[in-house]
Design a protein around this ligand. Structure first.
Ligand code: BES
Ligand code: ZN
Ligand code: MN
Length: 514
């Protein structure tokens, strides 16, 4: 019924997430690189070629290395040089990897650059030589992951005509069956998790209601073993006393939801890791309405929850040996006759009350209830919040680092190290005792903003911390600055980043003892 109505408007709801206009089939082959067609080669610092690239150079009778010298190609990371009609090849694309080839980020970036070159070039099939990366048994699969991420394109829901681009990548590796099982067993699921997150984030909010989000995520998990899904609607949430979640959602005609994905891959009695994400499907600010410029981007205000969903999807798809809970606190923050007002006092699920002085500080309100419910329901060993919480985090750290807050040094280090390893960097910010004092309210237990507003990101963190039990190891990531890209990076096209999926995947892998 719903799909029918939308298709009469020329928009196919069911197709929003499922139809790529761009296809990039990837395969792994043992054979030595071919001596025809288009080929991509990694080039190290100072134009140095690895073993496999040298073999290709010999096929061109040294034409490639002469071109490297003639063009003074340095092979720095990001440099590319396109050669046409060299020896038997129609095209040779040289991609600088500098000294970074033997690193996870370097391998993924190489893959992302190969994918872009292939999509922009004419040839339909590309041979790819993998960088020498002795420290990475999974080098080929990591290049494939980078290619997947770098070629991501959101289905352009509103375009009535679109060209499809089809490019086949053949990755030449030493052991194709090992690369292929590393891909299907580990890195392809991670790619799927990032894709889910990016698709959810990119979807326009006329489509993306809390219930649509629940349906889309449920569909993504369909048929995966050891997964159970809990959906709490606004009536149930009210019955449970979730005044924060219900309050934020009540200005919208499309009511709030709490969505939890419980994946059981570990020992029956082991406490899960929980990822509790902000899922504001659109943030107008509510009655404390935001200015119009750039407000459209606030459809990404559910990016934290999208990372939670994506990470649990990746783990469940690969059958990770851990117990996990991904939680999405879903609501649309709208101004309306029924919306909450500045000055309102709400009671949360824990019984703690909040004075709402600004309805635009809504993320912390929904996370308060989501945190409490998660701890009461699952008693997690570690609870990680992830949220596009404050413009202040973006102001402090830009798009280079997510802000990290915590109540537990071991947990903080774990998250920080995982982020550094996968190229999703975090930077610690403090919660000073004075900030905890500043959020005390005259009429309620705490207030959601402080006059003057500084330090904004820390005030948000201090508020959320009020709903963290002292026995719960807790880390909070404020991703307002990093969740939406305005420039292209090798594995991140402009738009939805999916920040957090790879970081969480690494935290999960570490806890499996990988
Ligand atoms: N979703 C915003 C935070 C945000 C701002 C994310 C810019 C990404 C880019 C959040 O709900 C919000 O509005 N925060 C306010 C808090 C303030 C009212 C205390 C902010 O940061 O201005
Ligand atoms: Zn928000
Ligand atoms: Mn807001």
């Amino acid at each position: 019924m719903r799909a029918l109505i939308l298709s009469s408007l020329g928009i196919m709801l069911g197709s929003v997430i499922s139809t790529p206009a761009l296809a990039l089939p990837i395969s792994f082959v043992n054979a030595a690189p071919p001596s025809t067609g288009a080929i991509a080669l990694p080039v190290g610092k100072d134009g140095k070629l690895g073993e496999a690239a040298m073999a290709v150079d010999r096929i061109t009778n040294g034409g490639i290395s002469r071109a490297i010298t003639a063009a003074a190609f340095r092979g720095n990371s990001g440099d590319t040089l396109n050669l046409y009609s060299v020896g038997p090849y129609s095209r040779v694309t040289l991609i600088g990897v500098g000294e970074s080839a033997n690193s996870r980020v370097g391998l993924e970036d190489f893959g992302g650059r190969v994918a872009r070159a292939a999509l922009e070039g004419q040839a339909s099939t590309w041979a790819v030589v993998i960088p020498d990366a002795p420290a990475f048994a999974d080098a080929g699969a990591l290049v494939a992951l980078g290619a997947r991420l770098g070629s991501y394109e959101f289905p352009q829901v509103g375009k009535t005509t679109r060209a499809t681009t089809d490019r086949t990548l053949r990755l030449h590796v030493a052991n194709a069956s090992a690369a292929s099982s590393a891909w299907t067993g580990r890195w392809q699921p991670v790619g799927d998790g990032v894709k889910l997150a990016r698709d959810l984030i990119s979807t326009p909010s006329n489509i993306k209601s809390p219930q649509w989000y629940v349906d889309s995520v449920s569909a993504a998990f369909e048929g995966i073993p050891n997964v159970s899904i809990t959906v709490i609607d606004e009536k149930e949430a009210a019955r449970l006393g979730m005044g924060g979640l219900v309050g934020v959602g009540q200005g919208s005609t499309r009511p709030a939801r709490l969505l939890a994905i419980h994946y059981r891959g570990g020992a029956r009695d082991s406490a899960p890791i929980s990822f509790v994400g902000k899922g504001i499907t659109f943030d107008t600010g509510g009655i404390s309405i935001k200015p119009g410029d750039g407000m459209w981007r606030m459809r990404y205000d559910m990016a934290g929850s999208a990372a939670s969903m994506g990470a649990v999807l990746a783990a469940a798809k690969r059958g990770a040996k851990v117990n996990l809970v991904g939680v999405a606190a879903l609501a649309e923050n709208m101004p309306d006759g029924n919306a909450i007002r500045p000055g309102d006092v709400l009671t949360s699920m824990s019984g703690k009350t909040m004075e709402i002085l600004n309805t635009d500080a809504e993320g912390r309100m929904v996370l308060a209830d989501a945190n409490w419910w998660t701890q009461e329901t699952f008693k997690p060993s570690l609870m990680i919040n992830i949220a596009t919480l404050t413009g202040s985090a973006r102001g402090a750290l830009g798009d280079d680092y997510a802000a990290l807050f915590h109540n537990n040094e071991t947990a903080a280090k774990r998250v920080e190290d995982a982020g550094a390893k996968v190229g999703e960097m975090t930077w610690r910010l403090p919660i000073h005792p004075s900030t905890r004092a500043d959020i005390k309210s005259d009429v309620a237990d705490v207030k959601n903003v402080v006059e003057g507003g500084a330090p904004g990101a820390s005030i948000g963190a201090a508020f959320i911390e009020e709903w963290v039990k002292p026995e719960t190891a807790w880390v909070h990531l404020d991703i307002a600055g990093v969740a939406w890209a305005t420039t292209r990076k090798p594995t991140i096209p402009p738009g939805a980043v999916g920040f957090g999926v790879k970081l969480f995947d690494e935290v999960i892998a570490q806890s499996e003892g990988r």
